[in-house]
Write a protein that binds this ligand. Structure first.
Ligand code: HEM
Ligand code: HEM
Length: 185
């Protein structure tokens, strides 16, 4: 496969770093929300919930920065065109899934950040307290919390479709997955 048929190096590296962070973030989000709150523990026991929440927020904001960089790079550097061997409807479906992924990649950290902003706790980014742009508001926090949760499950669904398509291409022997692989083969 010629180099012009592959995504450029920056796009490939960002795809895989962000994919790894997203997997980690989804697992962490689902895990940490199941942890007992301090008020649910026996006296003397300390909750580790806050630690994981802080990690999730810092990592999520880091992901948002990388995602913005990636979108900037994508706007300024075109994707390689798909070969004609891929049916038109499949090209359209791939395009739709990719834009949906970009949309959720933005909406996920945004809704997370908003629910954190409306909660009574400070939002910290690797220990640095971020300025408050809104007063604590329970109803708003709950709304964004629900949006964040619904988006998380939508994200999981779309990622499964995306990976299933990649596996299908791999098994049917097309060279499509080579377009995003770290090493050319
Ligand atoms: C790629 C980015 C992100 C992903 C994939 C992600 C994923 C998740 C998932 C799967 C959950 C558990 C489902 C739920 O109960 O809502 C969750 C919860 C949560 N996330 Fe995120 N998140 C991201 C970014 C952020 C950011 C940037 C913040 C805040 C600055 C944040 C704050 C929270 C909070 C506070 C919860 C707990 C909600 C609750 O108590 O119900 N998330 N996240
Ligand atoms: C094991 C997991 C994954 C595999 C095997 C995989 C594979 C691929 C491949 C082969 C492409 C290129 C498609 C083409 O040639 O047109 C691609 C594109 C893309 N992937 Fe993934 N991916 C994975 C995980 C993810 C995750 C978790 C996300 C989202 C956070 C994601 C977001 C995207 C996006 C947005 C594109 C479109 C790139 C563009 O045209 O700008 N991928 N992926």
């Amino acid at each position: 496969m010629s180099d012009s048929a592959r995504y450029n190096r920056v796009q490939i590296i960002l795809h895989w770093i962000i994919a790894a962070i997203v997997f980690f973030m989804i697992a962490l989000g689902l895990y940490m929300t199941e942890l007992p709150k301090q008020s649910e523990l026996a006296p003397g026991e300390e909750s580790v919930r806050a630690f994981y929440f802080l990690l999730h927020k810092s990592m999520g904001i880091t992901a948002a920065m990388l995602i913005l960089l990636r979108i900037f790079w994508r706007i300024t550097h075109k994707a390689p065109p798909l070969p004609d061997t891929v049916a038109k409807w499949q090209q359209k479906a791939a395009g739709a899934v990719h834009w949906l992924l970009y949309g959720i990649m933005i909406a996920m950290p945004f809704s997370g950040y908003m629910q954190s902003m409306f909660s009574k706790y400070d939002t910290k980014f690797w220990g640095i307290v971020l300025p408050r742009v809104a007063e604590a508001d329970k109803a708003m926090r709950e709304t964004f919390s629900q949006v964040h949760e619904i988006l998380a499950f939508l994200f999981i669904g779309v990622i499964i479709i995306h990976i299933a398509a990649a596996i299908k291409h791999r098994l049917s022997g097309t060279e499509i997955t080579n377009r995003m692989s770290l090493r050319k083969h």
